[in-house]
Design a protein around this ligand. Structure first.
Ligand code: M6R
Length: 366
């Protein structure tokens, strides 16, 4: 059932191009070049009534939701709050009738996420689920369901479910923006055709993983490292850090690149690895100066940058290049080499990649 792969995680990373395609399938109208989501019960009027959105999720799904929040706000101008599901109820969130709550959960059975969405429903919110499992509790209890089409995910470490959640949330953001007219048609069409190229670009990245394997080998005997990034890159940094911790057991932390100097820079010593994600060209100059800050303290810097980024080549010790795409979409590409990095680092340490210690695939306790 691993189809010739050594591990489910490796197979699921490789399945991402298909998962992207399947999640987009039938949802991009060829003629109008718009998003169609007939599975939602939401009417145009319902969409116009949304005053705020709250997102709840755990772990990797939370990291996907962070990207979702950023793109929904940018495209629709609807304010989006986000909570780790286990915290949502206890902060007594302000939920109104025109609040849309989006619960993101691969399994649809995560107890914390279910509890958060039940609380939201009790307070009168409309709840939409983004889930991978048809008929799951989250899907059954939500008013609307947007399915990710990742196919079954077996490895505890989530990979294709995360990237499919990103795709689904991008589609939803575009859908709402086209309903509210907050994005001009030309921009939308370009964005959608750029999205349609993503699966092929991921295929390209998966063809040759030697650089990543070599870097993973170098990191395998380290005890701690940092990920830094700005904007969407910071959100991917959080996901990459979780993936590395979860299966390689190497301690890592993700920081907004500009935040490091407010305390944690003190932890950088000679040789401390820092993985700097810098795909947001508008923020590049600032991130490069953050990289220089850590380099000056002796850090060993691995950059993740867009193909052709010469600045990064001059500044970092190693660079992992990803193909060029729209600035809003880079998260769907930059995470892939970092999933592989976690995978190969875990392998090099002799860990059980698919079943990391202390963890379960579906967390059904609060
Ligand atoms: O099934 P869910 O998406 O609700 O699961 C949420 C988290 O438990 C899950 O993403 C977890 O963080 C993964 N093991 C991370 O790889």
């Amino acid at each position: 059932e691993k189809d010739g792969y050594d591990h489910f995680m490796q197979k699921e990373i490789a399945e991402q191009p298909r998962a992207y395609r399947d999640t987009m399938l039938g949802r991009i109208d060829k003629e109008t070049k718009g998003v169609v989501l007939p599975e939602l019960n939401m009417t145009l009027e319902d969409i116009h009534q949304i005053q705020q959105i709250q997102m709840v999720a755990c772990g990797t799904a939370y990291h996907a939701a962070l990207v979702g929040k950023a793109v929904i706000e940018r495209m629709t101008r609807i304010p989006v709050e986000i909570d780790v599901a286990s915290e949502y109820r206890y902060r007594q969130p302000v939920i109104r009738e025109n609040t849309l709550v989006i619960a993101v959960s691969q399994s649809g059975e995560t107890a914390d996420t279910l509890a958060a969405m039940r609380e939201a429903k009790l307070c009168g919110a409309r709840v939409m689920a983004v889930t991978n499992v048809v008929g799951s509790s989250v899907a059954r209890e939500a008013d609307d369901v947007l399915y990710t089409m990742a196919g079954p995910e077996i490895a505890v470490a989530s990979t294709k479910a995360y990237t499919s959640q990103l795709i689904a949330l991008y589609l939803f953001a575009i859908y709402v923006s086209q309903s509210l007219n907050t994005m001009d048609a030309m921009t939308r069409m370009e964005l959608l055709s750029t999205m349609e190229k993503l699966p092929e670009q991921v295929e390209g990245m998966l063809e040759d993983t030697r650089t990543i394997q070599r870097i993973a080998g170098e990191l395998a005997d380290r005890n701690h490292l940092f990920f830094i990034g700005r904007g969407l890159d910071y959100m991917v940094a959080m996901e990459a850090s979780l993936k590395l911790k979860e299966i390689s057991y190497i301690h890592s932390e993700a920081y907004a690149a500009g935040e490091l100097k407010h305390g944690s820079l003190a932890l950088i010593e000679d040789g401390t690895p820092v993985i700097a994600i810098a795909t947001q060209e508008a923020l590049l100059e600032k991130t490069i100066s953050n990289i220089k800050e850590v380099k000056a303290r002796g850090a060993y810097v691995i950059g993740v940058a867009l193909e052709g980024n010469m600045e990064m080549a001059k500044t970092a010790d190693e660079v992992i290049y990803i193909p060029r795409t729209d600035a809003l979409l880079t998260s769907t590409l930059s995470v892939v080499p970092l999933q592989l990095l976690a995978y190969y680092a875990a392998l090099a340490r002799g860990n059980d990649v698919d079943k990391p210690r202390n963890l379960a695939k579906s967390v059904t306790v609060e």
